[in-house]
Design a protein around this ligand. Structure first.
Ligand code: 4AD
Ligand code: MG
Length: 454
């Protein structure tokens, strides 16, 4: 059994016999030896391997191993005289699984993220994308642990659905095709209209009405033609939904949730986070500490508008009560004014979805967005409208047909309760955590209007 390099560098002792499997990051050929830097994805660090000319096939095979080749090395650990590591591996035998020719695109030099996007199938072997994927994994683990520790049920909501949860009309349609026949794009989902889900929320509400506290964690799709560094056509969303919960409880849970994830990632991915702080954005560790130790700012939409009107600068999009906050406004509030995440509540009903609970003033809804420095909106949520008559009116006001949501309305007929939830954009979280500038670099295979690699 091969040992992971992360473990060897942590606990390996001189004269211990080990086998490692991985990919050659670099090779240095000296007169007396050849050195390989091998990485197996378990951490950022490479293990230095010493190839002695006495090894079988040294001249014919080993000396000419290419960067990117896959190898299995068995040998003995020895103290390392070099700096940066205290142990290295003296090879007794090497299996070259797959050599790698000189046209391998990841030669040892700095590559732009744009270039790396064009080789998404190989970029996981770079330091930055490797660190991103490990932090992404840690975020996902923290999310599940957080909810499981609190008794939330993980529910699996459908990807193919008939509803437009957000009512924004940004849907991809699902069309059944028989590829053995000429294409008929009018053919739909077995005679019905169907879409890729924009959010699992409505179905999560169904599940919360039986299990109280639930969460989804799955892919969602938006056909918005936004080519920004914060938008994907396919992204992952985490959506908790709580019965017997109001806006206050929703807000508290969201804050505790983000704090938990940041603490977990700082503890379990210290090396990768230090890398991001050194190489990508020298504020990420301070930001994480700030989230862990300080309370988020809490303001209403109306207060947010007042603050924006008072700002000593002009915005591209002018603000007045009733307009939706643009990313420049969100970033001003979180990044410049409060310098920490800001929870904004009670938005005008006209700019929010039909399902949000109408406030007593009849003008605003019990919505909640969390705005993060550098990212803008990272979480969107609300208390849901649990009153049947109000909900039907809101659906009609937004030009939708209540009959299409008969099952959703049933939840308000049969044992309705106040309930609330939110959606966390998983990639925006990973961006926030790592400081990565472009959302396309925090998901293994980005899907955007302009991405051509499939
Ligand atoms: O604010 P949104 O649209 O809210 C919902 O979908 C609700 N149904 C959630 C709920 O209450 N259960 O989306 C939630 C979050 C946003 O705050 C943002 O972080 C992320 O999803 N998001 C995107 N992330 C990447 N690319 C896109 N195109 C995104 N659109 C939304
Ligand atoms: Mg939103």
């Amino acid at each position: 059994m091969a040992t992971r390099i992360k473990e060897i560098l942590k606990t390996g002792q001189p004269s211990e016999a080990v086998t490692v499997q991985g990919w050659v990051r670099t090779k240095r050929e000296l007169k007396e030896f050849t050195f390989l830097e091998v990485n197996d994805g378990s951490s950022m660090a490479n293990l230095q391997v010493i190839l002695d000319p006495a090894l079988t096939d040294y001249d014919t095979v080993l000396k000419t191993i290419g960067t990117g080749a896959s190898v299995e090395v068995s040998g003995t650990l020895v103290p390392s005289p070099g700096k940066g590591q205290n142990i290295e591996l003296k090879a007794d035998s090497v299996i070259l699984y797959g050599d790698c020719p000189a046209d391998y695109p990841l030669q040892k030099k700095r590559h732009s993220f744009e270039f790396l996007r064009s080789i998404a199938h190989l970029r996981g072997r770079t330091n930055t994308l490797g660190a991103v994927m490990r932090v992404r994994n840690a975020c996902a683990t923290a999310i599940h642990t957080f909810f499981q520790e609190r008794g939330f049920l993980w529910v699996h909501t459908p990807i193919i659905t008939a509803n437009d949860c957000e009512g924004a009309g940004e849907l991809f349609t699902v069309t059944g095709l028989d590829l053995t026949k000429p294409a008929d794009f009018s053919q739909d989902f077995f005679g019905k209209r169907a879409y890729l889900t924009v959010s699992g929320q409505l179905e999560a509400e169904v599940m919360a009405m039986a299990f109280q506290n639930v969460y989804t964690f799955g892919p969602t799709f938006r056909a918005e033609n936004s080519n920004t560094s914060r938008h994907l056509a396919e992204f992952w969303m985490v959506e908790p939904e709580m019965a017997f919960c109001d806006l206050e409880g929703d807000r508290d849970l969201a804050e505790e949730f983000l704090r938990y994830i940041f603490r977990y990632v700082l503890e379990t991915c210290a090396e990768d986070m230090a890398f991001f702080n050194d190489r990508i954005d020298n504020t990420v560790i301070a930001t994480a500490e700030n989230i862990i130790h300080n309370e988020f700012a809490r303001i209403t939409y109306t207060e947010a508008i007042e603050l924006l009107e008072k700002a000593d600068r002009t915005f591209e999009y002018p603000v007045e009560w009733g307009v939706d906050l643009q990313s420049e406004h969100e970033r001003y509030l979180a990044e410049e004014l409060f310098k920490k995440p800001v929870i904004v509540t009670n938005y005008p009903k006209s700019i929010k979805a039909f399902y949000m609970r109408l406030d007593d003033n009849d003008k605003t809804v019990s919505a909640m967005d969390i705005l993060a420095p550098k990212i803008g909106e990272i979480i969107g949520g609300s208390q849901r409208e649990e009153r049947l008559d109000v909900l039907i009116r809101r659906i009609e006001e937004q030009g939708m047909n209540p009959d299409d949501l008969w099952w959703y309305l049933d939840l308000r007929r049969y044992g309705s309760v106040p309930h609330a939830g939110f959606g966390l954009g998983f990639e925006r979280l990973v961006q926030f955590m790592t400081g990565m500038g472009n959302i396309r670099d925090v998901i293994p295979f980005p899907r955007t209007p302009l991405s051509a690699e499939f």
